[in-house]
Design a protein around this ligand. Sequence first.
Ligand SMILES: C[S@@+](CC[C@H](N)C(=O)[O-])C[C@H]1O[C@@H](n2cnc3c(N)ncnc32)[C@H](O)[C@@H]1O
Length: 283
Amino acid sequence: MTMKHIPVLLDAVLNALGDIDGKTIVDCTFGAGGYSRAFLERGANVIAFDRDPNVVADAEKMRVQYGDRFDFIPHTFSHISDLGRTVDAIVFDLGISSMQIDVPERGFSFRADAPLDMRMSESGIDAVQWIEMHSVSELADVLRTYGDMKKANILARAIKEVVPKTTFELRDLIHNPKDVAPVFQALRIAVNDEMGELERALIAVPDLLTSGGKCICVTFHSLEDRIVKNTFRRWTTAPGDPRLPVVASAPFSLIRSAVPTDAELANNPRARSAHMRGVIKSC
Ligand SMILES: C[S@@+](CC[C@H](N)C(=O)[O-])C[C@H]1O[C@@H](n2cnc3c(N)ncnc32)[C@H](O)[C@@H]1O
C-alpha cells in the first residue's frame, strides 16, 4: 500500500523562512508537493525541481492551480546553477519520498520482492548495473560510508559474487537483519549519487541568493547532515586572519536548527532521523 507522503519538519521550515509573501522560493525536492503547496498558500512564488518523472502529473496540477506563480523543472537539483536569476530562498528536503519507498517495483524497499532498481529518475544506471560496474572495494566503501557496515568487505564480496537481481536476493545475502535497511540505504545513495548531487547544488547556492536570502536543508542521514553542517560552517565563518584587527564579517549567519517534536514523530515515524539546518545571507 502506498503511504501518502507527510511533509517532514514543515512547520520548522516555514518558521525558519518567516514571511514569504511575494518572495521566490526554490523547492529543490518537490516530491508530493507538500512544501511547494505550503509556500504557494503563503503567497510565495515557487520554482520546484524533482528528478522523479512520477511527480510530473502532480506538478502539472499545481501549475494549473497557481498559474505562473509555480514553475516545475523535471531535473536533478544540481541544475540550480543554471537558474540564471537570484531567489529569496532555496529549500532541500532530502532523501526519498513515501511514494518511492512504497511502490515495490521501484526496488527501494526490502519488504517486497521486485527488480533491484532504486533509481529516483527511472533513467540511467540501476542498482544491478551499479553493482556490476563497481569493484568489491568500491562497493565495500559504499556499504561502510553510507551504511555504517562493519564487515563491509565480506558482504561486498558476497554481493559481487551473486550480483543480486531482485530486492529479496539482496536481502537474503545479508545475515544480520539489523543490517538490511542500512545496506539498502547505502546502495540507494550510491545509485542516485545523492551526496554528489547535494555537494554540487550547495556550491551554487551562495550566488543564487539575494541579500537576506535563506538556504534551508532537511537531512535524513548523518553524512548528508555533515555535508550541510560543514558547508554552512564555512559560509558563516568570517574570512581573513582572526589575529588581524579588522575581520570581515561572514557572508551568512546560522538559523536555529530543528529536529522533529514527539508529536510529529508520533504522527510520522518516517521523520525520525530528520534534521533541519538553515542559513541567512547577510550581504
Ligand atoms: C523527501 S521527498 C520531498 C518531499 C516534499 N518536500 C513534500 O513535502 O512532498 C524528496 C524528493 O526529492 C527528490 N530528489 C531527491 N534527490 C534529488 C535530486 N538530486 N534532484 C532532484 N530531485 C531529487 C526525490 O525524487 C523525491 O521526490
